[in-house]
Design a protein around this ligand. Structure first.
Ligand code: ADE
Length: 240
């Protein structure tokens, strides 16, 4: 899987993604990252990439030509995404969809954004990472690359590492614990120390449902649960 990021701040993107799991995945060749500096395609020798808006309005807008020429410089035909607060909101379903592409190009706006005409011409979709406004698309591009890369074979140690995570099946994970088994008088639930795999799976299943019910009732409402699961999660709720 290849990611190409068009940005005015390539170091911000490359600096974040060279760390930790994603950095190792790049080194191992499971994913590749190319950053393209839009300023290299400026409209004049002073590095101009933006101008004032027609119709008024404060701030500057990135111009069509630098963005278009930067995009044309990329080899291949990537699935092209413009990151902006106006896009579809990223969720695990969209992340899974994106993991199916071989090559994704992400275009990061800055200042007041990018001239709408070039977005319309080259972008396949517009994605937001949430209902708030960032200073630019760079952080959003890192969020997309991080979440999509986790789904690429070889990036995480095994498939279980991502298939059992929160959001993968519409629920949140059950709470997890590590050593020591007692900390500040708080004990790890005994069943998790029992070694009984079937009992532990059942415990984690019901506690995942409980976690979802209490922390994300909107997700819980969308679940189609068996009578048995409903009984067990309500019993747990009464016991808490
Ligand atoms: N650029 C500015 N705000 C953004 C957001 N919420 N999501 C994606 N890109 C953005």
């Amino acid at each position: 899987m290849k990611f190409s990021v068009l940005t005015l701040f390539p170091d911000q993107v490359a600096g974040f993604l060279k760390q930790s799991i994603i950095g190792r995945a790049i080194e191992a060749g499971h994913i590749s990252l190319e950053t393209v500096n839009i300023r290299d395609f400026a409209v004049n020798e002073y590095g101009k990439v933006d101008d004032t808006m027609y119709g008024g309005g404060t701030g500057m807008l990135m111009q069509c030509d630098p963005v278009y020429d930067a995009w044309k410089s990329i080899e291949g035909k990537p699935h092209t995404i413009y990151v902006s607060p106006k896009g579809r909101t990223l969720d695990q379903g969209i992340v899974k969809e994106l993991a199916g592409y071989d090559h994704i190009c992400i275009i990061c706006g800055h200042y007041e954004g990018i001239d709408a005409r070039v977005i319309e011409e080259i972008c396949d979709e517009e994605l937001s990472i949430g209902d708030y406004v960032l200073t630019g698309g760079e952080v959003a591009s890192c969020v997309i690359i991080d979440s999509v890369s986790r789904m690429i074979p070889g990036v995480l140690p095994n498939e279980e590492a991502y298939s059992k995570e929160s959001h993968m099946d519409g629920t949140l994970e059950a709470p997890q614990y590590t050593k020591p088994s007692v900390w500040h008088d708080k004990e790890v639930p005994e069943i998790l120390l029992s070694g009984n795999k079937a009992a532990i799976d059942e415990y984690n299943h019901i506690n995942a449902l409980y976690e979802t019910m209490t922390k994300r009732p909107d997700m819980f409402d969308r679940l189609r649960l068996s009578e048995d699961d409903i009984k067990k999660v309500l019993a747990l709720h009464r016991a808490m």
